[in-house]
Ligand binder design. Structure first.
Ligand code: KG4
Ligand code: ZN
Length: 365
C-alpha cells in the first residue's frame, strides 16, 4: 500500500483555466505540488462580464499547456499520477466540455481512473486541505455565481441551508459597480470606493433580514442603489464613495443576520462537535475586508472558528478539484465512466429545491 496518492486536477467551469497536482498522504494530510491558473479577465472585461463562447475558446487554447506546466512544476509525470479529476459542473457548458474531455482523454490514454467533480464540492472541501477541518462544518460560498450556506456533513454529503432567491452576492457587487460607472469586476472597485465613503448616508434595504429561513436576496438592494444614483445624477465622486460604503454596510448587516441564524441552527443541530464548530468562507467575495470583519466578529460572538483559506484557493482553481478527487479516492467512492457528461446545473444538495433565479449568472460558481 502506498503512503500517498496523487491526482491531476482540471478546472474550466467559468473564466479561469486551471491545472494542478495535489498529493494526499494516507493520514489525510495534503500537499499542493503545483497550482497553475490562467485568468481570462482581460478577454472578458471589455464586455462587462463573462462571455461563454470566448471562455470556451480560451480554455481550448490554454488547457494543454497548463496541464503540461502543472506536471512540470510538480516534478511528476502522468505515470506517477493515480487519477485525474476534472470539473464536470456546474458551470458554462462550453468550458466544462473542454476540461472534462481533456480529463477523459488523459484517463483513456494512461488507463488511470477519472473523477468527474462537482465544482461546488471542490469549494466545500478546500478547508480540509488547508485547515484540516473535521466534519461537520458550515460553508458560506459567495462568488459571482453563487451565494449559498451549506452544511458539509461529509464527502458527498451536503445540505443547502440557504441560497439567494435572485442575484448572487458577487453579481450584486458587479451590477452596483456597473451602474456607478466603475469597471468590471466590480467587487474590488466597490470595496475601494467604499473606503472613502460614509456608510450611514444611505439607508439601503436589507431584504429577508429577520426571517427564519436562511435565504438571501440582493436584487432589491441593487434597485435601491440605482434609485439613489438616479436621484443624485450627475453623481459626484463622493456620492459614489458614500453609495458604495452604504451598500457594503447593508450587505454586512444582511450577512450578520442570515449567517448568525445559520450558526445558531448549527449549534442546535450539533451541540457537541469534536473541535470548535467552524464556518468556512469561499468564493471571490471572501476577499472583501468588511465582509471578513463582519464574519470574524460573528463567529467570535457565537463561539465559532472562522476559516478563510488563502485567497488563491477561495477563488476558482484546480487544487480544490484534485483535492475533491483525493477525498473521494480515500473513501473508495466510485470513479466515473468515460461517457460521463458535463452538467451546467448540478446542485450539491439534490434534495434542495431550486429557488426563483437562485443567483446564477451564466453559470459561474
Ligand atoms: O469566485 P470568483 O473569483 O469567481 C466566480 O464567481 O466563480 O468570484 C468573483 C466575484 C466577482 O463578482 C467579484 O466582483 C467578486 O467576486 N469580488 C469581490 C471582491 N473581490 C472579488 N466582491 C467584493 N469585494 C471584493 N474585494
Ligand atoms: Zn467557484
Amino acid at each position: 500500500m502506498t503512503a500517498f496518492s496523487c491526482i491531476l486536477g482540471i478546472e474550466t467551469s467559468c473564466d479561469e483555466t486551471a491545472a494542478s497536482v495535489v498529493l494526499r498522504r494516507d493520514d489525510g494530510r495534503g500537499e499542493i505540488l503545483s497550482d497553475v491558473v490562467l485568468s481570462q479577465l482581460d478577454e472578458h472585461s471589455a464586455y462587462g462580464g463573462v462571455v461563454p463562447e470566448i471562455a470556451a475558446r480560451a480554455h481550448v487554447e490554454a488547457l494543454d499547456t497548463l496541464v503540461e506546466e502543472a506536471l512540470l512544476r510538480s516534478n511528476v509525470t502522468l505515470r506517477d499520477i493515480d487519477a485525474i479529476a476534472a470539473t464536470a459542473g456546474p458551470g458554462l457548458i462550453g468550458g466544462l466540455l473542454v476540461g472534462l474531455m481533456t480529463g477523459k482523454a488523459i484517463a483513456r490514454a494512461t488507463g488511470k481512473p477519472l473523477y468527474a467533480i462537482n465544482h461546488l464540492e471542490g469549494h466545500a472541501l478546500t478547508a480540509r486541505l488547508t485547515d484540516k477541518l473535521t466534519f461537520p462544518y458550515l460553508m458560506l460560498l459567495v462568488s459571482g455565481g453563487h451565494t449559498q450556506l451549506v452544511l458539509v456533513r461529509g464527502v458527498g454529503d451536503y445540505e443547502r441551508w440557504g441560497t439567494t432567491i435572485d442575484d448572487a452576492l458577487g453579481e450584486a457587487f458587479d451590477k452596483t459597480a456597473k451602474l456607478l460607472g466603475l469597471p468590471y469586476p466590480g467587487g474590488p472597485e466597490v470595496e475601494r470606493a467604499a473606503a472613502g465613503g460614509d456608510p450611514k448616508r444611505f439607508n439601503f434595504p436589507r431584504p429577508l433580514v429577520g426571517e427564519a429561513r436562511l435565504d438571501f436576496s440582493f436584487s432589491g438592494l441593487k434597485t435601491a442603489v440605482r434609485q439613489a444614483a438616479e436621484g443624485l445624477a450627475p453623481v459626484s465622486s463622493q456620492d459614489i464613495f458614500d453609495i458604495c460604503a452604504s451598500f457594503q454596510r447593508a450587505i454586512g448587516r444582511t450577512l450578520e443576520d442570515r449567517i448568525g441564524r445559520g450558526l445558531q441552527r448549527f449549534k442546535h443541530e450539533f451541540p457537541e462537535t469534536e473541535d470548535l464548530p467552524a464556518l468556512v468562507v469561499a468564493g471571490g467575495v471572501a476577499a472583501n475586508q468588511h465582509i471578513r470583519a463582519v464574519l470574524t466578529a460573528l463567529c467570535e460572538k457565537n463561539g465559532f472558528r472562522f476559516v478563510a483559506p488563502p485567497h488563491r484557493l477561495c477563488t476558482d482553481n484546480a487544487v480544490m478539484i484534485a483535492w475533491a478527487g483525493l477525498e473521494r479516492m480515500a473513501l473508495d467512492l466510485p470513479v466515473d465512466d468515460l461517457d460521463v457528461s458535463p452538467r451546467s446545473r448540478w446542485p450539491l444538495d439534490n434534495q434542495a429545491k431550486a429557488l426563483i433565479g437562485f443567483g446564477r449568472r451564466g453559470a459561474k460558481a
